[in-house]
Ligand binder design. Structure first.
Ligand code: 8YV
Length: 322
């Protein structure tokens, strides 16, 4: 029985409490300067490692798995999304993949509510007026936005995050409807009304929240045809993945006033987002901070370590996705 601790390559700077647990239980190769590793550097640093603990900022395509050292047996993601990993290539390479579900649902749902409120109440415009000292007056028509309370929220993807979004929205007396590939068990709908066809749900939405994963079936799902089906004044928010949105269609829609506004936390090609979003007054833009609370980031790290602990104890990790 070897006492040698498994070697873990950690690709980003993680919370102190997480790195302390890593150092206690493993031979951790940390990244104190939070350098972003491109593929060649990642593969070089993985030499002799038993596991990698990455974020969504590291990409594990088939080409990476072809070159990854044979020593790497598990990739324990510090993320719930794992669309940065080619899971078919992982299976072919015999590498186990895990993620960190549940622990970031509350924080991400908070950002969804912030995006709805920020977009509806023109928070970006208002902040800018104050910061640039261009707020000169008040009038009954000044900075009038849209009320959130009592409106209808359509959720695309009633999964872990979507269900928490629905629960938080009820705190604003919102009516919740949803579209999902399959209907959720009634007990988990909590009164939300299911729409089998997204096209049937869209005209009913005052607010539309994208909470689906990045899949071939969801990429570009918010396109011009579907945007045209939205009701007048509808507001779109996205804290899932930028890939769900056809940027040209959304930007054209925002310029035309349908949707009336958009609240975005994720983008195609982030952080190099389409610059046209920044030029639009009816966008409320955040920098992918869905899970960015101290409590949640600790919990994500501990969840990833729980998966590593199980694996190296010869057990099935609780959050295995491939
Ligand atoms: C995470 C996310 O913070 O977990 C996800 O899928 O999109 C983010 O909220 C990020 O991925 C950390 O790696």
């Amino acid at each position: 029985m070897t006492d040698k601790k498994p070697v873990i390559l950690v690709t980003r700077k993680l919370p102190d409490a997480v790195e302390a647990r890593l150092a206690r239980d493993y031979e951790a190769r940390l990244n104190p300067y939070d350098t972003l590793f491109e593929a060649d550097e990642l593969i070089k640093r993985a030499e002799g490692a038993d596991a990698i603990l990455p974020c969504h900022t590291e990409h594990f395509g088939a080409d990476v798995f072809e070159r990854l050292p044979d020593s790497v047996k598990i990739i324990a993601n510090f993320s719930v999304g794992y669309d940065h990993v080619d899971t078919q290539a992982a299976k072919k390479a015999g590498v186990v993949i895990t993620n960190t579900p549940d622990v970031l649902s509350d924080a991400t749902a908070e950002i969804v509510m912030l995006l709805m409120l920020g977009a509806a109440r023109r928070a970006g415009e208002g902040e800018n007026l104050v910061r640039t000292a261009t707020w000169k007056d008040w009038s009954p028509a000044f900075m009038v936005g849209t009320q959130v309370t009592g409106k209808t929220l359509g959720i695309v993807g009633l999964g872990r995050v979507g269900k928490v979004v629905a629960a938080r929205a009820r705190g604003f007396a919102m009516t919740v409807i949803y579209h999902n590939p399959t209907r959720q068990p009634e007990a988990e709908e909590d009164g939300a009304v299911y729409y089998e066809k997204l096209e049937d749900m869209l005209p009913q939405c005052d607010f539309l929240s994208l909470n689906a994963p990045n899949l071939p079936s969801t990429r570009g799902m918010l396109n011009a045809e579907r945007i045209a089906l939205l009701s007048e004044g509808a507001i779109v928010v996205n804290a899932a993945r930028g890939t769900l949105v056809d940027d040209d269609a959304l930007i054209a829609g925002l310029k035309a006033g349908k949707p009336a506004a958009a609240g975005l936390d994720v983008y195609n090609n982030e952080p190099d987002i389409d610059p046209r979003y920044k030029e639009l007054p009816n966008t409320f833009l955040l920098p992918h901070i869905g899970s960015a609370t101290a409590e949640t980031r600790d919990a994500m790290g501990f969840r990833a370590l729980d998966n590593l602990d199980a694996f190296f104890a010869g057990k099935e990790p609780g959050d295995r996705v491939a």
